[in-house]
Design a protein around this ligand. Structure first.
Ligand SMILES: [Zn+2]
Length: 461
């Protein structure tokens, strides 16, 4: 017995068309007309869009920091993701200094397994580089973790130096992996932050001043050179500035395997938020910080043209009380914003509905490209044989985003009061409808861990 979704428009990365879609078991069985078989449930969905379950390749759930932990754990984070049409997340498992890769990964399985409402996979973030890690990487890749993250920022905790970046990139490239890098010059950030605090700029307004676009663009350019020398494909996470995109586009023209991710907050919000008082500004502290409105406009253009490959959220949520600890010293404000639930609706409403983004680019950047780049077989597509991950999206519904109607475990949303067009109506995960009418139908966490293919086995640029 299957389920036939009729009357909707099927949206893919290469085009949108009217057809029915039949789900059977855990997969998409067929796409076309006259698909119903005896015993099938037929669901009529006039005027709706059918999208592939969206893939968010940048989340931080249950991430421990020195003094606190992110507000969302795997239960609340993946439930919010699913309600917003994201059926797979790739979270950054982290091997903290002194830990082996295996210890870091085991800890993340402990946080996620049995708690996730959508499917999930891990990247592995490395906070230092040493021979024992190099030896561990083949078994990590065998376990389905084929992308690795290093930080050029967060001096004294996560940051690694250029030698480590180079050595890690050599090894990752050699093994067919993909290297994800947080590009900001951490030494410059630390020096500027100290200077600002010494001069009396201690509030949240100091945060963006400590890490301007040049600090990001310099690191992007440097990392591009390192990855090129190391012959390692590079994925630049959360690109926030046009200045950084210029570095990326130039290197791509030279033929370097290089990919760019941005996030809804860099497309939709700007640095004006830091001019507000106290918590109203602290709520928007993240790294890289929000940029100028001109940067946002430029990023929309880059995304529309395919120069930005993916949109992920970098969901890293804290409550206002957690943000408040750094009101008198911006260096202590935990960095990050909530957003995993709102990516699809924001990109549809502000992108597609406003004519800034084609339906194809919307599907590609939110669903198909992230699945392809990160080796998530069966995800991001509605072709027969794909996982039965389907989002029923009603493009006609108008509503207002608010902390009171979100499912993130935070007491604010960066998009409070934003009127949006389009709503996720129901969501199927591997053939089973788990969300309908904006609510979870089932309190059972049914998400599964997904092993990913190495980048070298996937589609190359
Ligand atoms: Zn992040």
């Amino acid at each position: 017995m299957g389920t036939v979704l009729t009357g909707a428009t099927i949206c893919t990365a290469s085009g949108a068309f009217r057809a029915d879609l039949r789900l059977e078991g855990e997969t998409v069985d067929s796409v076309g007309f006259g698909l119903a078989r005896p015993g099938d449930a037929v669901v009529d969905l006039p005027d709706r869009l059918l999208l592939p379950g969206a893939v968010d390749v940048h989340t931080h759930f249950d991430l421990p920091l020195t003094t606190t932990s992110t507000a969302d754990d795997f239960a609340s984070g993946t439930a919010a993701a699913l309600l917003g049409g994201t059926t797979t997340v790739v979270d950054y498992a982290t091997a903290f200094r002194g830990q082996s890769a295996a210890e870091g990964i085991e800890a993340w399985h402990g946080r996620a397994d049995g708690r996730a409402f959508c499917d999930y996979a891990f990247h592995l973030a490395l906070t230092d580089w040493k021979g024992s890690l190099a030896e561990e990487l083949p078994s990590v890749i065998d376990g389905g973790i084929s992308s690795f993250k290093l930080y050029m920022a967060y001096k004294g905790s996560l940051q690694v130096d250029d030698g480590a970046l180079y050595a890690a990139a050599r090894r990752i490239g050699e093994l067919g992996g993909l290297l994800c890098v947080h590009c900001e010059n951490g030494d410059l950030v630390a020096a500027r932050a100290e200077e600002l605090v010494a001069s009396g700029v201690t509030g949240p307004a100091g945060h963006p001043l400590s890490r301007p676009a040049s600090v990001e663009a310099e690191a992007v350019g440097r990392m591009i050179a390192i990855a090129d020398l190391a012959r390692c494909p590079l994925y630049v996470v959360h690109v926030s500035a046009e200045r950084s995109m210029r570095e990326i586009v130039m290197a791509r023209r030279r033929g370097q395997p290089l990919f760019a991710e941005t996030c809804p907050q860099y497309l939709l919000l700007d640095e004006g938020r830091y001019g507000r008082e106290g918590l109203k500004a602290a709520a928007f502290v993240l790294a890289p910080p929000l940029r100028s409105a001109a940067d946002g406009r430029a990023l929309w253009g880059r995304l529309a043209r395919g120069e930005i490959d993916t949109v992920a959220t970098d969901h890293c949520s804290f409550t206002l009380a957690q943000k408040a600890v750094g009101l008198d010293d911006f260096r202590l404000i935990p960095n990050g914003l909530p957003g995993v639930e709102h990516r699809l609706v924001l990109l549809y409403s502000e992108g597609v509905a406003k004519g800034r983004l084609s339906l194809e680019r919307f599907v590609d950047s939110c669903c198909t490209a992230p699945a392809r780049l990160f080796g998530l077989r069966g995800k991001g597509s509605l072709e027969p044989g794909s996982d039965g991950d389907v989002v029923v999206f009603d493009p006609r519904v108008e509503w207002v985003l608010s902390a009171s109607n979100q499912h993130h475990r935070t007491d604010y949303t960066p998009y409070e009061g934003l009127a949006v067009k389009g709503r996720v109506e129901s969501v199927f995960l591997r053939g089973r409808r788990l969300v309908d009418g904006g609510t979870l139908l089932d309190g059972t966490p049914r998400g599964r861990y997904r092993r990913r293919q190495p980048f070298s086995k996937g589609v190359r640029p």
